[in-house]
Design a protein around this ligand. Structure first.
Ligand SMILES: Nc1ncnc2c1ncn2[C@@H]1O[C@H](COP(=O)(O)OP(=O)(O)OP(=O)(O)O)[C@@H](O)[C@H]1O
Ligand SMILES: [Mg+2]
Length: 262
């Protein structure tokens, strides 16, 4: 589905992504893990068209999509969520979902497409779609709640819900479990698995929670210092010496830094 070839993203002299090559197979739930600062979010941002790459190539189903802007990728079915949820806090949960297709195609195009008379019908269809999504995510009781009042975990579910308002093919989830309690994390995990099995979504998931990664993802790709360090099944990866070293390495460096000895 997605192939990334020898990708570099430099910020000045700093190589945040330093020659990474990955493949995300159609129908997979691919995990992307690695210590803080490994370049995971930067890699996502380049794939999703938020940041231009310094060099390298990204293809989707064989088509070169390197550097395409997010709305073009959106129309191709490539969607992402953000590490920090970015809901419209004063709007309701249902309204937030209804915004997704319109927000991406632009208000003018939207009106031109449906014409003035058809906007009301279209709104009804969007509301019905939003309610279906909320039902799927088991948060239908929150439809009329202001999004700003949701818990962190509920906001993450709403982020996932946004990807369900259109026909997504491949979805990039950046730390969808961060700050989320166990129960909600399971709800999010279940929704991902069901979207994968029942609707054919391909996922690439960045997450620090290893239980979550182990339960959902095959394969798991490990990044460290901008490079791909290892790839394989979750249980193999977690016993891989280089991977353990990469995690311990940063842990040790941070500890020494905190103690003022490095
Ligand atoms: N816009 C930017 N300008 C300069 N440096 C950046 C920029 N964005 C990211 N970086 C740096 O690139 C490195 C990789 O950051 P990135 O956010 O991709 O890491 P990550 O693997 O997602 O980490 P985390 O697990 O903490 O989210 C970090 O050292 C970060 O400080
Ligand atoms: Mg990140």
């Amino acid at each position: 589905m997605i192939r990334v070839e020898n990708l570099h993203k430099h910020f000045g002299g700093f190589h945040a992504v330093d020659g990474a090559s990955i493949e995300i197979a159609t129908g997979s739930i691919t995990g992307l893990i690695g210590p803080n600062g490994a370049g995971k979010s930067t890699l996502f941002n380049v794939i999703a068209g938020v940041l231009p790459p310094t060099s390298g190539k990204v293809t989707m189903a064989g088509e070169d999509i390197t550097g395409l802007p997010p709305h073009d990728l959106f129309h191709k079915g490539l969607l992402r969520t953000f590490q920090i949820a970015h809901e419209f806090s004063s709007m309701t949960v249902r309204e937030n979902l209804m915004m997704v297709p319109a927000g991406q195609s632009g208000e003018t195009l939207w009106n031109a497409w449906f014409g003035r008379g058809r906007v009301a019908d279209e709104e009804k269809a969007l509301a019905a779609k939003a309610d279906e999504v909320l039902d799927f995510l088991t948060i239908d009781h929150l439809a009329d709640e202001r999004a700003g009042n949701l818990s962190g975990g509920q906001k993450k579910l709403l982020e996932l819900g946004r990807t369900m308002m259109v026909d997504a093919k491949v979805v990039f989830l950046d730390e969808v479990g961060a700050g989320v309690n166990r129960t909600l994390l399971n709800t999010i995990g279940d929704a991902i698995v069901r979207l994968n099995r029942e609707r054919g979504y391909t996922f690439c998931v960045i997450e620090h929670d290893m239980d979550f990664i182990g339960r959902l993802c095959d394969p798991v790709i490990v990044m460290a210092e901008g490079k791909v360090l290892a790839q394989g099944k979750a249980d193999e990866i977690m016993q891989n010496e280089a991977v353990i070293e990469a995690y311990l390495g940063t842990g040790l460096k941070n500890k020494l830094k905190a103690e003022g000895t490095a």
